[in-house]
Design a protein around this ligand. Structure first.
Ligand SMILES: [Zn+2]
Length: 370
């Protein structure tokens, strides 16, 4: 129910959300679709109990369970903070919580602690509730209409937390159980092979969850699909990390390139781009990089009648994304994907020394695979 980590570049994938507050600098957000879940729960509880008080208790229960899910995610996030890994946000959706960690822990022991901390929170909550459940439980506790008594309410909350522990411990990578499996396998198999094993097992379980979900619950089917895709994405991401490890921007950058001065015309820049087959042209001011203009922008400006205007006028006032030659190729690629850039300038000692197109990174990858 609570896939713990998401890839940094996917943080906006899920659309708008409302911020509830922050804990230890981590924004806690609630996804818009959560309101649909609350409406659905309202309908379900009001038709099941038929009373206002019963409905309110049912809603309180739903909110408390999701409160426990937030605490679960905080377990992951605050443990990650201890290892110097920040969390961008925790988002609550009908499918569960999602703590978007800045990066995945590389060390298997760190991954073990960070992952185990989530289910451990729910185990502690269940452990704290257990004496009260035992003290208040009677024969009617479990036979009664849900939430109709205090003891029933406590017992349901206890079971919800037990379920959160058990469900998250399914070895369905990238859910907690699958991450724990990978962490356990890493010392003997290495990170890449253990990720492959964990994600294959995760995909088998995802298919089983999906099939079970088709008969019992659409939520389960959703989670099955999500786990299946997330396992493949995580495997690809680790494969990419492994293949690019040890490579730097200087291994992939193009050292010969054309540039124009800011006072050159848009037509000049367009000609330069056409003749040298370069899709983006750096624009310089006194040998310093001012920005980078792509072919489509130049064509559009010319079509609008600005062919003889200075190309500097097309450069955005925002500082362009740049990389350094010593920077790891993986971090450069991640930044380019996040900011949706096909090509970035390489800067050293305040001077433009090359260009890094995504195509070149893929060529390096192809050479590594060969
Ligand atoms: Zn978790």
């Amino acid at each position: 129910m609570t896939p713990p980590f998401s890839e940094p570049q996917k943080r906006n994938l899920f659309g708008p959300s409302l911020q509830l507050g922050t804990v230890s600098g981590i924004p806690i957000r609630i996804h818009w679709s959560f309101s649909l879940l609350l409406l659905w729960a309202l309908f379900l509880h009001s038709s099941a109990t038929g009373s206002f008080a019963g409905t309110m208790l049912g809603m309180l229960f739903v909110l408390m369970v999701f409160g426990c899910v937030i605490l679960h995610e905080l377990g992951h996030s605050l443990t990650a903070q201890r290892f110097g890994i920040q969390t961008r946000s925790i988002t609550l959706s009908p499918l569960g919580g999602l703590a978007a960690l800045e990066k995945s822990p590389k060390d298997w022991k760190e991954e073990l602690w960070i992952t185990a901390a989530g289910p451990a929170v729910n185990a502690v909550i269940a452990g704290l509730l257990l004496p009260f459940v035992l003290l208040t439980a009677s024969a009617e506790t479990f036979a009664a209409v849900p939430f109709s008594s205090f003891s029933n309410f406590l017992a349901m909350l206890f079971f919800a937390n037990v379920m959160l522990v058990l469900f998250n411990l399914l070895p369905a990578f990238p859910m907690d159980g699958g991450r724990l499996l990978r962490a356990f396998l890493t010392p003997s198999l290495g990170r890449l092979r253990s990720t492959r094993v964990a994600s294959r097992i995760g995909q088998v379980i995802a298919v089983l969850l999906g099939l079970t979900g088709l008969y019992f619950s659409p939520f389960l089917a959703f989670i099955g699909v999500f786990v299946f895709l997330a396992a493949a994405a995580e495997r690809r991401s680790v494969e990419l990390e492994e293949r690019l490890s040890g490579t730097t921007v200087s291994d992939a950058m193009r050292r010969s390139f054309e540039s124009v001065g800011e006072m050159d015309t848009i037509n000049d820049a367009l000609r330069c781009s056409l003749y040298c087959g370069q899709s983006s042209i750096p624009v310089l001011r006194d040998e310093r990089l001012l920005g980078i203009v792509d072919f489509d922008t130049l064509v559009r400006a010319r079509a609008e009648g600005y062919g003889e205007a200075a190309v500097g006028s097309l450069v955005s006032t925002m500082a362009p994304l740049t990389v350094t030659p010593q920077q790891s190729l993986l971090s450069a690629l991640r930044e380019m994907q996040q900011r949706n850039r096909e090509i970035v300038p390489v800067i050293w000692d305040n001077r433009l020394i090359g260009l890094l197109p995504q195509r070149s990174i893929h060529s390096v990858l192809a050479m590594q695979a060969a």
